[in-house]
Write a protein that binds this ligand. Structure first.
Ligand SMILES: *Cc1c(COP(=O)(O)O)cnc(C)c1O
Length: 400
């Protein structure tokens, strides 16, 4: 016995540490196991010297991947139709990792005018501080991108559609314009989720170079995990992303990877159900006198609808409405506060429906061009659509 009354023979403690457990290779479970590690061990020093963190043929350290994260990477790559995937701890982390991997001092980055807000803020703050400039282009006009590309342009971000104002871009025209000048394209594919269109193969031989996704949204589907991915087809490009991943010291926890792996088999069912419910509710709202304009790419009259038709049949369960520009903001807030099933919160793709008010003057440099008035964005969850419609109908009385 030791001084504290614990039995401390070396055999017991050593035996607890050096347990004989091996992951069960012949265990025919439907779902993959969850493997956790900071340290991974090597059978000998030669193995330690020969393995590289760049290769997924072997394991080197928990931060560089485990069987659980490698499995998720393979599945996300398959979902996007690409070959290589790197995971990041959030969707925004995946955007940052891509920017840091591909841009250096003196380079210029091009962003769509309706780009995801935090991506724009990264360009405005950190990238600017590091001597990386940025410019905006109109995602509905490929000529606007062609005109913006200069000698220093190294990366063009695309987003289909913009996640607040919902303009669906001229994807083919934009990719062709970037490719004509040899500039890399990266798509934020969170809305498409790998299901609405094939980002690497939009038309004969025409596709983006990198596809980023906030796995936080549809792949998770639970409103309880943050994660992001960057997929590409070119191995050298993947290694540039991995290099940034490695140098930033970012990793994804196995339990979070497990949650996304568990949700992936239902992603297509959820996407389809949320698409159908969102179209029902969008059509209902479009008929209400208080709603001045519907912004949903699958609806005629929504910006970029023709481009959506060219590439997609499906849509995410996400749309926005514009209200009367003269409406006091208190009335808009009263409408949102009156909603009972729609909760107030960011993000989308989860089980609970959400509503968020946006002030276009604060989120766009071009004051949203043709779009005017208070905007409310709806993310449709998995509730019965009749209940959601009744919820909207009762809250709309605040706008009478
Ligand atoms: C949510 C979102 C992100 C960021 O994802 P997080 O995991 O929340 O950081 C990026 N782009 C789009 C379009 C998103 O909707």
């Amino acid at each position: 016995m030791g001084a504290n009354g614990l039995k401390t023979t070396q055999d017991l403690i050593t035996g607890l540490v050096h347990h004989p457990y091996e992951p069960p290779a012949g265990f025919g479970a439907v779902m993959p196991g969850v493997h956790k590690a900071s340290t991974v061990t090597f059978p000998n020093t030669a193995a330690m010297r020969s393995r590289s963190w760049k290769s997924k043929q072997g394991y080197t350290y928990g931060l560089h991947g485990t069987p659980t994260t490698f499995t998720l990477e393979e599945r996300i790559a398959a979902l996007e139709g690409g070959r290589f995937c790197a995971l990041a701890p959030s969707g925004l982390g995946a955007i940052v990792m891509t920017n840091i991997a591909l841009l250096k001092q003196g380079d210029e980055l091009l962003l769509p005018s309706n780009v995801y807000g935090p991506s724009r803020e990264m360009a405005r703050t950190l990238l600017t501080d590091w001597g990386i400039t940025h410019r905006f282009y109109d995602p509905l006009a490929a000529a606007s991108l062609a005109a913006a590309i200069g000698e220093r342009t190294k990366l063009v971000w695309l987003e289909a559609p913009g996640s607040v104002t919902m303009e669906f871009p001229d994807l083919r025209g934009l990719i062709a314009a970037a490719r004509a000048r040899g500039v890399l394209t990266a798509l934020d594919n969170t809305w498409g989720a790998g299901l609405a269109f094939r980002a690497f193969e939009l038309a004969d031989g025409l596709g983006v170079d990198l596809v980023m996704q906030a796995l936080t949204k549809y792949p998770s589907g639970g409103a309880d995990v943050l994660m992001g991915s960057v997929v590409c087809n070119d191995e050298a490009l993947h290694h540039r992303i991995l290099q940034a991943h490695m140098r930033l010291g970012i990793g994804v926890a196995a339990n979070d990877a497990e949650l996304v792996l568990r949700s992936l088999p239902t992603i297509a069912l959820r996407y389809r159900a949320q698409d159908a419910a969102a179209r029902t509710l969008a059509a209902f709202l479009a008929q209400q006198p208080a709603i001045k304009r519907l912004l949903h790419p699958a609806f005629d009259g929504s910006p970029g609808h023709a481009f959506w038709r060219e590439s997609c049949g499906a849509a995410a369960g996400l749309f926005s409405v514009l209200l009367d520009p003269g409406l006091p903001i208190e009335r808009v807030d009263a409408f949102i506060d009156a909603l009972r099933l729609f909760r107030i919160g960011y993000s989308w793709g989860g089980p609970v429906s959400l509503a968020v008010p946006y002030d276009l003057r604060l989120i766009r440099d071009d004051a949203a061009g043709a779009l005017q008035g208070p905007l409310v964005r709806f993310s449709v969850g998995l509730e019965a659509v009749g209940d959601l419609q009744a919820d909207l109908a009762q809250a709309l009385r605040q706008l009478d």
